[in-house]
Structure formats: structure tokens, C-alpha cells
Ligand binder design. Structure first.
Ligand SMILES: Nc1ncnc2c1ncn2[C@@H]1O[C@H](COP(=O)(O)OP(=O)(O)OP(=O)(O)O)[C@@H](O)[C@H]1O
Ligand SMILES: [Mg+2]
Length: 252
């Protein structure tokens, strides 16, 4: 069953007076991967930062329009709750350097002062690392620093940290651009697994990657959503000339 988890309505974003996103309208479905593509600087990162209320943390930055999570406007919700339900993973793996693997996974609980007992913590750590396909590799080293892991493992640790909060959506901002091909394919397989439980929004420059893992693709250009549809359609018969030119490598 196709059901919408996130609905973006007339979303515009600004840095000071400069308008970066222009009236973006987009619906994100549960249990699907939606790729966001477009040339450098077109506003992909800004778009996903508006979806978990991080854009507004930049001094002078502004948002207008609405974003509904399960029908509820996230701009009327507590931002901490929004970021728990809509987790984010960045381009460069960023486990907390002073924390061991175990504490990294449950960092969201500790940092938000959510008290859970040791058994519950153990359960969440194991379950999240299993979902992130990292458990087998780290189960004997849970008390070592997260930063001793390889780049690909660190990225899966960051995914586990987001999953630990039981999000409805995970935002991935070019999650494999700092990784080698093997770690990249590992993350791509993981994305296909994860969509059984969560909706995924994947920002990527890698056209082949978007074609491999996404169900839907949105093409952004100069802050405008130019085209949105099933990846099958966008990658075979794009309607807009700008989408076609981007996909055939004419720019970006
Ligand atoms: N903190 C900031 N202050 C002012 N302008 C910014 C800031 N961050 C980004 N911008 C501008 O906003 C626009 C969109 O940037 P954004 O990072 O969203 O693009 P992007 O599509 O993610 O690019 P890339 O593919 O290179 O990651 C760019 O013109 C950028 O210069
Ligand atoms: Mg970006």
C-alpha cells in the first residue's frame, strides 16, 4: 500500500535575503527510497535540512511553506522530536569521537536526556547495529572508539545511531561520496534493506546509484523542483529538457 509519510507544500528557503528553494512541492512515500538529484549548489542539502528543521539553525536563514509529517506540520512541533523522527546521515561519517561504539548508537537518548535502563540500551544497540548491517563486525568491540572503524563502518554506525531513535524517515546526504566502491555497494544494499521499515530520502550525485536504489527521483535545478516521478520513468523518458541534459552529463 502506498502511503504518504511526508508532504512538502510550497517550501521556500532563504539564506538572509537570498532565496535558495522556490516553492517546492513534494510527497514522500513510506517504505520507498526517493532520490534527490541536481547540479552542485541547486539546493539539495538545503531541502533536506528544511525537512528536519536544521536549516533554521543557521543565523539569518529562513523557511516558508509547510512540511507535514503524518499530517502534522513539523514547524509546529518540537524540533528535537522532529529530528528524532526524521534522522539524518551526512556525507562525511561523523561518529562522536570521544564515544565508544555502544555509546554512539544510543547517543540520541543520552544527549536528549531520555532515560532507559541498561537492558533496554543493550537491546537498542544490538537491534540498531543489526539493522545497519554492522553488528557482526563490531559485536566484540562495542567499547572501542567508533573512530577506529573504517569509513564505511563509521557511516553504518551513523546510520545505526539514526535508527536507534526509531525514525520514520532517514535523510542521507551523499552518504557514499567519501567511500570506496566496496563500502558504497554495502551501503546501497543496506538502503534496500532499510526501506522495509523507513522512508529514505537519498541525496546523490551518482546517477547510477540513484537508478539502482531509488523508487522515485526528484530533480532540482536552481532551487526549483523541475521534475518528480518514478525513477524508472525519470531515467528512461524524462519530461523536462533540463533533467535529460543533467542525466546525459551535459552539466552538473
Ligand atoms: N550557510 C550558508 N550561507 C549562505 N549560503 C549558503 C549556505 N549554505 C549554502 N548556501 C548556498 O545555498 C545554495 C544551495 O546550497 P546547497 O548546499 O543546498 O546545494 P547542494 O545542491 O546540496 O550542492 P552540493 O551538490 O554541492 O552539495 C548554494 O548557492 C550555496 O552557495
Ligand atoms: Mg549538498
Amino acid at each position: 500500500m502506498e502511503s504518504t509519510v511526508l508532504k512538502i507544500e510550497d517550501l521556500s528557503a532563504y539564506f538572509s535575503e537570498e532565496r535558495i528553494l522556490k516553492d517546492v512541492n513534494l510527497s514522500i512515500l513510506r517504505k520507498r527510497v526517493t532520490a534527490i538529484m541536481g547540479p552542485s549548489g541547486c539546493g539539495k542539502t538545503t531541502l533536506i535540512r528544511c525537512i528536519n528543521r536544521m536549516h533554521e539553525l543557521v543565523p539569518g536563514a529562513k523557511v516558508s511553506g509547510r512540511v507535514f509529517l503524518d499530517g502534522k506540520d513539523i514547524y509546529t512541533m518540537n524540533p528535537i522530536i522532529v529530528r528524532r523522527k526524521i534522522g539524518m546521515v551526512f556525507q562525511k561519517p561523523n561518529p562522536f569521537p570521544t564515544m565508544n561504539i555502544y555509546d554512539n548508537v544510543i547517543a540520541g537518548y543520552k544527549l536528549n536526556g531520555i532515560k532507559i535502563n541498561r537492558n533496554e540500551q543493550d537491546r537498542i544497540v544490538e537491534e540498531s547495529l543489526k539493522k545497519a548491517a554492522l553488528w557482526d563486525e563490531v559485536k566484540d568491540f562495542l567499547y572501542r572508539k567508533g573512530t577506529f572503524l573504517s569509513g564505511g563502518q563509521q557511516q553504518r554506525l551513523c546510520i545505526a545511531r539514526a535508527l536507534a531513535m526509531q525514525p520514520e524517515i532517514i535523510l542521507l546526504d551523499e552518504p557514499t561520496s567519501a567511500l570506496d566502491p566496496k563500502s558504497t555497494s554495502h551501503i546501497e544494499e543496506l538502503i534496500s534493506q532499510l526501506k522495509k521499515d523507513v522512508a529514505i530520502i537519498l541525496v546523490t550525485h551518482n546517477i547510477a546509484q540513484a537508478a539502482r536504489v531509488s523508487d522515485f527521483t526528484a530533480f532540482l535545478y536552481l532551487g526549483e523542483l523541475v521534475e518528480f516521478g518514478t525513477s524508472e520513468k525519470i531515467f528512461s523518458v524524462p519530461e523536462d529538457k533540463r533533467t535529460e541534459e543533467y542525466l546525459t552529463g551535459k552539466f552538473g
